[in-house]
Design a protein around this ligand. Sequence first.
Ligand code: CP
Length: 302
Amino acid sequence: MKNKSLVSINDYSKDEQLKILELAKEFEKNPVQNILQDHVIASLFFEPSTRTRLSFESAVNRLGGKIVGFSEASNTSVKKGESLRDTILTIANYSDLIVMRNPIEGSARFASEISPVPIINAGDGANQHPTQTLLDLYSILKTQGTLDNLNVAMVGDLKYGRTIHSLVIALCNFNTTFHLVSPVELKLPSSVKMHIKERKLTYHQYTDMEEVIPNADILYMTRIQRERFSDPLEYERIKNAYNLDVSMIKNTKEDFKVLHPLPRVNEININVDVNPKAYYFEQALNGVFVRQALIASILGIR
Ligand code: CP
């Protein structure tokens, strides 16, 4: 994986993804190491983030590396009209690897095609969020002991949810049965369903969340994303479509876990947080180890 950009989840083969998860296990046991002391990582966030940006920064800091970058483009020469091309070509001079989140779909692919240093896509609009997927796979593996033959229920904004798109594509490698729960307006796009069909896997679509819970191994909740709606009235109409309450997860499988990429708004009641089946904050922690593994692999250190 040395020098290999990660833009879409299937830029990395199943074996490469599993190698990252294996390495993440080692970093989880030993997260503080001085292996990046000669490296500078650029962190370019053109769109807000808490977990992705800060877990990348935490990952690099714990490995002794340096981070340069910005958390909002309004303080950079983008404000003066500088193009993404010129921004990337300039920052590639200052760093060994660029992590970028950008609201424009395809921007990370474009950056990877012109950049002399590898690019990690930290989310490009409603398209993909491959590093989130690696930490989701890691979280599923840790809690289920396997990635194979699971019933995975995905709830919320399946249309614009980039974490959903990347995760569905990755889980197609593991004989997953998909239970897709969304308002009719926010169904999984056909372009993503195509991956399920190509693998001859099964998916079921629902609008009601409660019926999928008893049979699920993983309940992957997502936020209805206000920022993806062009019509604010449509957002207002469906923003409260789902609200998971602790009473709804009483009768679940033994290893059942609730995941969420976060941030949440009100789709998971806080009364779920203290239930042992809630795993979303541990999931966010797993992001540090997975991102350490990814950076060390791309830089050819591990
Ligand atoms: N999961 C995720 O991408 O969270 P942030 O938007 O806070 O980075």
